[in-house]
Design a protein around this ligand. Structure first.
Ligand code: BMA
Length: 324
């Protein structure tokens, strides 16, 4: 029986499985549909965390100009969300930070701070932006950890041996046709180094083109559980699926096991049809250490947000069964 090492979250959104699939979809998906708030055409690829008894998040809102920015949303049950119509403002040295664009946010709590990591259009280059908040009202820029081009920055939820760790994917300026996951460390969240290749694109067709970190790593007694996306190429474009792996608990630079099967691939209409068809893009997971339940938020077809469930037992067993 694998165990989550972390907090209890009794009100985690949940639905029992109806099959033995390793990850199953919420039957009332999508949880966030089109035109969720004034001037925002679509919300997808977004992050949710528990906060003061409810669920709050930083959401990728594709505005009606087509430019993505970050929006705040909240929910009592983790399923029905309301959003602020003003986008989130960040400050740097007392001045408002001017966004060119911002997308694919993740939110990770480390000690008392909630860190927001997103793909930031800094000087026109896709770069990793790192900011923080304590109250989801005031946000400040912490750093831009890596040289461009880089996407899919995901911070670990605790320091390991006194150091912060971040996953990311160095890439290029466009819809990158390549990309592996790297891991970097820092003592202060400002200066990052010791960059190392963590996982290359897989041999399996669903993850041959590029891979990128997804949800914040989940600490388990079997290691750090990472839920990521893998993309491949077809005659009609890219297909993004959800994959999983286990990293060593004490040394996250070591991959223990990586699942050769995808755990979710686009099947439902809200994943196969939309602004960009055939995309499942996980960005956040809620966990309840007591029951072992995990709820994953993912973007569907660059258009909506879906919810999927698993338990630490099921997913770890599956990785062990189909891992290499
Ligand atoms: C990637 C990112 C994601 C997006 C995906 C599919 O390059 O831009 O935000 O979900 O493409 O379009």
């Amino acid at each position: 029986m694998a165990r989550i090492i972390g907090d209890t979250l009794k009100n985690i959104p949940w639905q029992e499985p109806t099959s033995d699939a390793p990850v199953w979809r919420y039957s009332l998906n999508p949880v966030i549909g089109r035109n969720p708030v004034e001037n925002v055409a679509r919300i997808f690829n977004s992050a949710v965390v528990p906060y003061k008894g409810k669920f709050v998040g930083v959401f990728r809102g594709e505005t009606v100009t087509g430019v993505p920015y970050l929006y705040y949303g909240e929910s009592l049950d983790g399923i029905r969300f309301t959003f602020n119509k003003e986008r989130i403002r960040f400050y740097e040295n007392g001045k408002e930070y001017v966004f060119q664009y911002a997308y694919d946010p993740r939110v990770v709590k480390v000690e008392d701070d909630y860190y927001v990591i997103w793909c930031d259009g800094k000087d026109g280059y896709p770069s990793i932006g790192l900011g923080k908040t304590r109250d989801f009202i005031n946000y400040e820029i912490v750093s831009h950890p890596f040289l461009p081009f880089n996407r899919n920055g995901v911070l670990f939820p605790e320091k390991i041996d006194g150091k912060y760790y971040m996953l990311s994917r160095p890439s290029d300026s466009g819809h990158t046709k390549f990309g592996d996951i790297f891991i970097s460390e820092s003592k202060d969240l400002i200066y990052w180094g010791k960059h190392e290749l963590l996982m290359r694109c897989g041999y399996e067709w669903w993850q041959t083109l590029k891979i990128g970190a997804g949800c914040a790593p989940i600490k388990t007694d079997e290691g750090w559980l990472i839920i990521y996306h893998g993309a491949n190429m077809t005659c009609s474009g890219y297909v993004y699926s959800l994959g999983a792996a286990l990293l060593d608990k004490d040394d996250p630079k070591k991959v223990r096991l990586r699942c050769t099967n995808f755990l979710l691939t686009p099947e439902e209409p809200y994943e196969t049809c939309g602004f960009v068809p055939n995309v499942i893009f996980p960005c956040a997971a809620l966990c309840d250490a007591e029951s072992g339940r995990i709820a994953v938020y993912y973007g569907g077809a660059d258009t909506v947000v879906g919810l999927a469930f698993t338990t630490v037992d099921r997913i770890v067993d599956y990785i062990k069964k189909y891992g290499r």
